[in-house]
Write a protein that binds this ligand. Structure first.
Ligand code: PLP
Length: 384
């Protein structure tokens, strides 16, 4: 199988698997005072250091969670800010946290998500207008890079604008981490979400990084772990794996992946004049391509590619495995009929030129069979 779904999850890196296997073979609760417990504690703290370095934060600011979803929930609900402004292209774990907060009696609903332009980039002027319309304590949450399109948000500028109104800023950096350089201080955010399985680590472990001095009420209660900010026995093997993944060289792969992705896109557009690459006018992650095939439903494409041995996905797949319409493309004012023909191809460290060719062969074959009759556009001239 050619795996081109790295934004959904990445293969576990061999040194991560090895470190986790060693950790699994040991016994020890990181809170126990005996020697085995102290060993487990040391593994956890080494990993914490590694994650802190990745994010440009201090180890004490790192809270291990069960993944990006829990970290986003904690960030959005934990600061006690009643007014939470999020962009319209956030991950569902952010959007649903706000939707739920809106039903709580103390919370002011968020009727106006921060809009994005046609490329999916947050409109900073609109954010400023929303903040000016209701001054007071608030939390702004904008992701570093979008999981469906790869579009990178100008988070440092957003945080700078938000700061002028004295509000807290959270950034979901799940997709950006390991693919682009990350510096929490440079971004100017107060809270930052990470997830190990998007960067060669295991599933089910992530972190919320909380800048010193930022208020945070725990959601999980019942133990003093993680400096009383997230109760529960630490998942030592997963944390160890996260630490190894965080120290990985993912960002060094960016130029190679960008070349492969750009090549894939120019060949797709060369074959199919009506193919649209979403977010192409904005800065994007080097590994991500969200592309439409005129007249062919994304579910049909995914199944046909699957049969051809290529794994890709639509931008958003719900937990039942069904393809849902994309709120991200809708926020970018993409017509629903076109959004329904968009798939996401996401490359990773193990992707080769041959993988891209296999994808192109299968995609082109499908296009010739089902898409071409619907395609009124002329293919782009072949690159020189
Ligand atoms: N945020 C973004 C942008 C994501 O892409 C994802 C996962 O797809 C998450 C959060 C959730 O992370 P996790 O799978 O670790 O819960």
């Amino acid at each position: 199988m050619v795996y081109l779904d790295h934004n959904a999850t990445t293969p576990v890196l061999p040194d991560v698997a090895q470190a986790m296997a060693q950790a699994l073979a040991r016994v020890g609760n990181a809170s126990s005072v005996h020697a085995l417990g102290r060993d487990a504690r040391r593994f956890v703290e080494d990993a914490r250091e590694s994650v802190a370095v990745l994010a440009g934060a201090r180890p004490a600011e790192v809270i291990f969670t069960s993944g990006g979803t829990e970290a986003n929930n904690l960030a959005l609900r934990g600061t006690g800010r009643e007014r939470v402004l999020v962009s319209s292209v956030e991950h569902v774990s952010v959007l649903d946290s706000v939707a739920e907060a809106a039903t709580a009696p103390i919370s002011i609903p968020n009727p106006n998500p921060i809009p994005v332009d046609g490329d999916g980039v947050v409109d900073i002027g609109a954010l400023e207008a929303l903040l000016a319309a209701a001054p007071g304590p608030a939390l702004v949450s904008v992701m570093l890079a979008n999981n469906e399109t790869g579009v990178v948000q100008p988070v440092a500028k957003i945080a700078e604008a938000a700061r002028r109104f004295g509000v807290l800023v959270h950034c979901d950096a799940v997709q950006g981490a390991g693919k682009m350089s990350l510096d929490m201080a440079g971004l100017g955010v107060d809270l930052l979400t990470l997830s190990a399985h998007k960067m060669g680590g295991p599933q089910g472990i992530g972190a919320l990084i909380v800048r010193d001095g930022t208020p945070l009420n725990p959601e999980a209660r019942g133990g003093g772990q993680e400096r009383r900010r997230r109760a529960g026995t630490e998942n030592v093997p997963a944390i160890v794996g996260f630490g190894v993944a965080a120290a990985g060289e993912g960002v060094a792969e960016a130029p190679r992946l960008r070349r492969l992705r750009d090549d894939l896109e120019s060949r797709v557009v060369g074959v199919c004049g009506g193919a649209r690459i979403f977010g192409a006018g904005a800065e994007r992650l080097p590994n991500t391509c969200c592309v439409s095939m005129p007249g062919v439903a994304n579910e049909t494409q995914i199944m046909a590619l699957d049969l051809a041995g290529v794994a890709v996905s639509a931008g958003s797949a719900c937990s039942s495995g069904k393809v849902e319409s994309s709120h991200v493309l809708a926020a970018m004012s993409v017509a629903p009929e076109q959004a329904a023909t968009a798939i996401r191809v996401s490359l990773g460290h193990d992707t080769t030129e041959d993988d891209v060719s296999t994808f192109l062969e299968a995609w082109t074959g499908l296009y010739k069979r089902l898409g071409e009759p619907h395609d009124t556009a002329v293919p782009a001239p072949a690159a020189a």
